[in-house]
Design a binder for this molecule. Structure first.
Ligand SMILES: N[C@@H](CCC(=O)N[C@@H](CS)C(=O)NCC(=O)O)C(=O)O
Length: 207
């Protein structure tokens, strides 16, 4: 079984959500770990195999290690037969790869620059800003229900997750708002929240 290092209400929550949607959560060993939070609370957990103590982190059956949410989500999708991805050769593969990379290569850096109130021409020429990100999502969706077409993929899960942390940065476009609602309702947040409550309890009892 692959082993996933997870901390509740963090970037690894979207991997838990993916596994729940795929019906594969029971086929992954989930290790709940503490992390250092943005406010400096918490600690680097010796149980966590991530070299910097971050989550998510995945150790595969054959002992390979995978860091970065996009890589982990794509690995798990492939491992379980592409239920929430677009496999090589299928229509939409290029769009799928583009959105997965756009998340970590553009959306996150632009969002972090916005949070940090960094305003530098090199940041803008490299990543653009949250304005262009909003425009790109709006035009990318067009009149499709999901980013790559008619069905939800992990590209939707990871792209929409950013606006869960930062709802105030959600693009104003009704197209984007409706898409985020659609993604959230497909994910069924109640089950994830029940899992996270148990994860918090496990962390508390091991403290
Ligand atoms: N780019 C990474 C970021 C991972 C990350 O920064 N995770 C945060 C939790 S949301 C973390 O583990 N922070 C602990 C730390 O920085 O020590 C990804 O998307 O997987």
């Amino acid at each position: 079984m692959p082993t996933l290092f997870h901390s509740p209400h963090t970037r690894s929550s979207r991997v838990i959500s993916q596994l729940m949607l795929m019906g594969k959560l029971v086929q992954v060993t989930v290790v709940i770990v503490e992390i250092v939070k943005n406010d400096g609370s918490g600690h680097k957990d010796p149980k966590n195999a991530h070299p910097e103590g971050k989550v998510p982190f995945l150790v595969t059956d054959d002992g390979e290690t995978i860091r970065e949410s996009t890589a982990i989500m794509m690995y798990l999708d492939e491992f379980f037969g592409h239920p929430l991805g677009i496999k090589p050769g299928d229509a939409g593969r290029g769009s799928f790869l583009s959105w997965m990379s756009y998340y970590c290569g553009v959306l996150e850096p632009a969002m972090v620059a916005h949070f940090a109130e960094l305003d530098h021409p090199i940041l803008k020429s490299t990543f653009r800003t949250m304005t262009e990100v909003g425009e790109h999502i709006t035009s990318g969706l067009g009149d499709k229900p999901f980013l790559v077409g008619d069905r939800l993929t992990i590209a939707d899960i990871i792209m929409a997750s950013a606006f869960k942390w930062a709802p105030h940065l959600m693009p104003k476009s009704p197209t984007v708002k409706a898409w985020i609602k659609r993604v959230e309702s497909a994910q069924g947040g109640a089950r994830l929240e029940a899992f996270e409550t148990q994860a918090f309890a496990a962390l508390k009892s091991s403290a």
